[in-house]
Design a protein around this ligand. Structure first.
Ligand code: SAH
Length: 289
C-alpha cells in the first residue's frame, strides 16, 4: 500500500521502538511467557473460530473437550447413556449427534432442564435425547438400565459416595463410567474450603487416594486417568476475565452481592486450584459378574 507523507509522519522510529521495549518489554514476559508472540490456542488447520469474543472462543474449546470425552467414552451404537449433571444439554446433544445412541440427561436445575429440552426439540434426533429434573443421589431409574454414563464436572456438587453408588446401581455390568473431577494435593485452609462452597456451590475435593479408595469401594475398576489440570486453569482465567470485563452488566443481572463476591473470590480460587489441586478425567468400569 503506498504511503503518503502524512502516514510516514505517524511512523514510530526505530529509536522509539527500542526505548519502548527497554522500558516495558518485561510486561510481555511476565504476562505471556518467554517469547514475544502469541500462543497457538487454535489449530491452524481447524475452521476459523466464528467469533473472536472470549466467551465464543471458550465455547469452541468446550466443544473440543466434549469431543475428546465422546471419543474416550466411545459408546456403541444402540446403547443407552446417562449424563449425570447434564447442565443445559449441549454435551449430551453433541453425543447424540456424533453417535447412534440414546442419551438421558439429568440435572437438579429446572431452568437448565427447560433449556436442554428446547435444545433437544430444536436440534436433537427425535426420541434419542431426553432430559429430566432428577437427583443423581436418588435416580428414578431401574437397576442396570444404562450401558454407560458420565459425570462431567458434576460430581463435585454431590455426596460423592452416594452419587457413585447410584451410578453403580443403574449401570449394567461391564458398563463404562467417566468422571471429570478435581482432587486436592495439599491441605486447604478453612477460608480456602469456604471458597469452593460459596463461589461454585461445590464440595471440597477429596485427595487422589481418597477418591480412588471410594471408587474401588463402590466396586469400579479404573481403566484410564488423564491429567487435564491446565485446561481447567485456563478456563478459570477466562471466567475471571469475562467477569471483570462484564462486571456492571452482571451486577445488574445477578445482583452486585453475588458478582462482587465472585470477583473477590476468583483470584483466590484460581490460586488454590493451581497450587493445591489437580483436575482429571477418570475412565472407570463396572466389572462384569
Ligand atoms: N455436565 C454439564 C454441566 C456441568 S455443571 C456440562 O458439562 O456442561 C454441574 C451440573 O451438575 C449442573 O447441571 C447441576 O445442576 C448438576 N448437579 C449438581 N448436583 C446434582 C444432583 N444432585 N443431581 C443431578 N444433577 C446435579
Amino acid at each position: 500500500m503506498p504511503h503518503d507523507a502524512k502516514d510516514s509522519q505517524l511512523q514510530v522510529t526505530a529509536g522509539e521502538v527500542g526505548d519502548w521495549y527497554d522500558k516495558f518489554g518485561e510486561i510481555y514476559r511476565l504476562t505471556l511467557g518467554e517469547s514475544v508472540h502469541c500462543g497457538l490456542w487454535f489449530p491452524p488447520d481447524a475452521p476459523v473460530p466464528q467469533s473472536m469474543d472470549v466467551a465464543a472462543m471458550s465455547s469452541e474449546a468446550q466443544d473440543r473437550y466434549t469431543d475428546y470425552l465422546i471419543r474416550t467414552l466411545d459408546p456403541e451404537p444402540g446403547q443407552r447413556v446417562l449424563d449425570i449433571g447434564c447442565g443445559t444439554g449441549r454435551t449430551a446433544l453433541r453425543l447424540v449427534q456424533q453417535r447412534d445412541v440414546e442419551v438421558t440427561g439429568v440435572s437438579v436445575s429446572k431452568e437448565q432442564i427447560a433449556v436442554a429440552r428446547r435444545l433437544a426439540d430444536e436440534h436433537g434426533p427425535a426420541g434419542r435425547l431426553t432430559f429430566e429434573v432428577a437427583d443423581a443421589m436418588r435416580l428414578p431409574y431401574e437397576d442396570e438400565s444404562f450401558d454407560c454414563a458420565w459425570f462431567v464436572e458434576s460430581l463435585c456438587h454431590m455426596d460423592r459416595a452416594k452419587a457413585l453408588a447410584e451410578a453403580w446401581r443403574v449401570l449394567k455390568p461391564g458398563a463404562g463410567l467417566m468422571v471429570l473431577e478435581s482432587v486436592v494435593t495439599d491441605r486447604l485452609t478453612p477460608s480456602e474450603r469456604v471458597v469452593f462452597e460459596t463461589v461454585f456451590a461445590a464440595n471440597v475435593p477429596p485427595t487422589l487416594p481418597d477418591f480412588f479408595d471410594l471408587v474401588a469401594r463402590t466396586g469400579f475398576h479404573t481403566l484410564e486417568l488423564k491429567d487435564l489440570s491446565a485446561n481447567l486453569a485456563m478456563t478459570m482465567n477466562v471466567l475471571a476475565l469475562g467477569c471483570y470485563d462484564r462486571r456492571a452488566e452482571f451486577a445488574e443481572r445477578f445482583g452486585s452481592d453475588f458478582v462482587e463476591g465472585m470477583i473477590a473470590g476468583l483470584p483466590r480460587i484460581r490460586e488454590v486450584l493451581v497450587r493445591k489441586t489437580r483436575f482429571f478425567m477418570a475412565m472407570l468400569r463396572k466389572p462384569t459378574r
